[in-house]
Design a protein around this ligand. Structure first.
Ligand code: CA
Length: 232
């Protein structure tokens, strides 16, 4: 799954140029034309990276950034400043921007900054665009290397925990009953044939990948039915 990038920019020509260049590189790109729209998208869709213009109608880029960070989002943000304005850079970086570019800029420069930010935030997995990597917010699951990360932090899972996560995350929203998960796992470990075993593994998995295991954001309980991985 390619990295998803949100561009918040009201100038059509600029937004379109960046969007086109990023799409050529294989990224999935969304454009928001106002701060409100951008904030709404960033909050609900959790893009992997945000390109944020400072000068916007309505709430400006700084306010978008401040509110976005207040929601706990750690997605890398590259701020576009209108001119070589030191004050804008300082404010942006203080508010939690990860990098900035001054307009006018070259698309090649923008592209290399974006790649560097993705690599810094998500490590090697950022380069695996199109590879067998599942992303959800800052959770990355590398199916081939059987590695799991939250941002840059590697998470060690047991074989069983990884298999549960792999099955659930491969089909977000699809509900798996405990019985079904047990059947899927049978080949990997000699599991006690008790459905409650699944609850124990899921609870360990949540302790490792969730911010708050009692309010999971990734592995959800579907009452009376089983478990499902959150849809984006
Ligand atoms: Ca603008």
């Amino acid at each position: 799954m390619a990295a998803t990038i949100l561009i918040v920019e009201d100038e059509f020509a600029v937004a379109r140029g960046i969007q086109y260049a990023l799409q050529q590189e294989g990224y999935e790109v969304t454009v928001a034309r106002s701060g409100e729209e951008g904030l709404d998208f960033a909050t609900h869709q959790a893009p992997d990276l945000v390109v944020l213009d400072v000068r916007l109608p309505g709430i400006d880029g700084f306010e978008v950034l401040r509110r976005l960070r207040a929601t706990g989002s750690k997605a890398p943000v590259l701020v576009l400043t209108a001119r070589d304005d030191e004050v804008d850079k300082v404010i942006g970086l203080e508010l939690g921007a990860d990098d900035y570019l001054t307009k006018p800029f070259g698309l090649r420069e923008l592209m290399s900054r974006i790649k560097a930010l993705l690599r810094r935030a998500y490590g090697d997995l950022a380069d695996a665009a199109g590879g067998r990597v599942i992303r959800h917010g800052d959770l990355l699951i590398d199916l081939e290397r059987r590695r799991v990360q939250r941002g840059q932090r590697r998470i060690a899972l047991t074989a069983t925990e990884f298999e549960i996560l792999r099955h659930l995350a491969s089909r977000p929203g699809r509900v798996y009953s405990r019985r079904e998960l047990l059947e899927l796992l049978r080949d990997y470990e000699a599991l006690d044939q008790d459905e409650k075993t699944i609850n124990v593994h899921v609870s360990h998995l949540r302790e490792k990948i969730e911010d708050d295991p009692s309010l999971p954001a990734f592995v959800l309980t579907v009452r009376g039915a089983g478990y499902a991985f959150a849809e984006r």
